[in-house]
Design a protein around this ligand. Sequence first.
Ligand SMILES: CC(C)(COP(=O)(O)OP(=O)(O)OC[C@H]1O[C@@H](n2cnc3c(N)ncnc32)[C@H](O)[C@@H]1OP(=O)(O)O)[C@@H](O)C(=O)NCCC(=O)NCCS
Length: 211
Amino acid sequence: MISTMIPDRYDVIRLGKSEVTAAATTLARAFQDDPLFVYLIPDPVARQNALLVILQVMVRYGVLYGEVHTTSPNIEAVTVWLPPASAGMSFWRLIRSGGLSLLTKLSGRTIARLWRFNASTAPLQRRLTRLPHWYLGFIGVEPAYQKQGYAGKLLRYMLSRVDREHLPCFLDTQNANNVAIYQHFGFRVVEETIIPGSALKYWAMLRDRVE
Ligand SMILES: CC(C)(COP(=O)(O)OP(=O)(O)OC[C@H]1O[C@@H](n2cnc3c(N)ncnc32)[C@H](O)[C@@H]1OP(=O)(O)O)[C@@H](O)C(=O)NCCC(=O)NCCS
């Protein structure tokens, strides 16, 4: 059941707790070949299962402390946004979002890689985002629905709101293909690096506040 309908010209729907698994399933399919998750979980079948575990926690976090949006009751596309007050993820909130399942359901190697990835990106994020900002935690579209405007619809909805609030927006990506898409929506690269001990590239992108 869809919990909160936002009547809006963008037809964007805000999801609640009862849609966590459905939203995580869409994101898991979208991120199956994402460079970060290929690095974290090289085996494709293990990755499919682990992605659902990780993304259920992330979507629940978004529902509890931010906003999770989709395009229709079919949940073809999902965004997870964290607002200025909660843009940096907290350990206790992660636990309240079911984060312990990461320890019990993921392999030791995946947890170690996730830990190393966070250890190198969290300080970067803190340094680059000193002002209040919205954080785009995840955006993903079901593979069968990609390149049909679903991501654009979700992004435009939130970016117009962020602009009305005169706030900047931050995101990071490990996928070179996405950099140009985000530039198309007004983000600029503020940091480009390689995650130490891996071949994983990392781009931090900021969309400046409008006056
Ligand atoms: C990245 C992703 C979310 C894009 O979703 P999508 O629904 O296919 O995107 P859309 O069809 O809405 O297109 C988005 C816009 O980017 C534009 N765009 C696409 N490729 C572009 C490129 N190489 N350069 C510039 N603009 C580009 C499109 O023209 C479109 O602009 P428009 O709305 O003004 O016409 C989707 O491919 C996906 O889920 N990928 C896997 C998961 C992922 O990588 N998520 C992001 C992690 S950081």
